[in-house]
Structure formats: C-alpha cells, structure tokens
Design a protein around this ligand. Structure first.
Ligand SMILES: [Zn+2]
Ligand SMILES: [Zn+2]
Length: 59
C-alpha cells in the first residue's frame, strides 16, 4: 500500500499525499515523498535522499 513519508528527519508518515507538518523539520510544508515499502523502513525513499545529499556535498 502506497504511503507518503517526510524525508526531512521527522519520520512523518501519512496515508494521503500532503506536506510535512512538523514545525522543527527541515522539510516543514514541503511535499511528502511517495513510498511503497511493506516493512515500514522506507528504504527506497531514504536511500534516494542519502544519494542526493552525497551528490550535493561533493564539490
Ligand atoms: Zn518532516
Ligand atoms: Zn515506506
């Protein structure tokens, strides 16, 4: 079942598409990322975020 997770570190999860509502999160009011995992680990989403971070910090 698809769900939506926040990738800002607040570990927010929603069953519906939306934005992060955690005020302390770096992705507050940013769209949640769709995830299709079945184990609750959101590894697909979290792995893609780590890859992006590595790319952006490699100057
Ligand atoms: Zn968040
Ligand atoms: Zn997931």
């Amino acid at each position: 079942m698809a769900h939506y997770v926040c990738t800002g570190g607040c570990h927010g999860v929603s069953e519906q598409e939306g934005v992060c509502n955690a005020q302390a999160c770096v992705r507050e009011q940013m769209p949640l990322t769709v995830c299709n995992c079945t184990d609750g680990m959101h590894q697909e989403v979290l792995a893609s975020v780590q890859a992006q971070n590595q790319e952006s910090s490699g100057s």
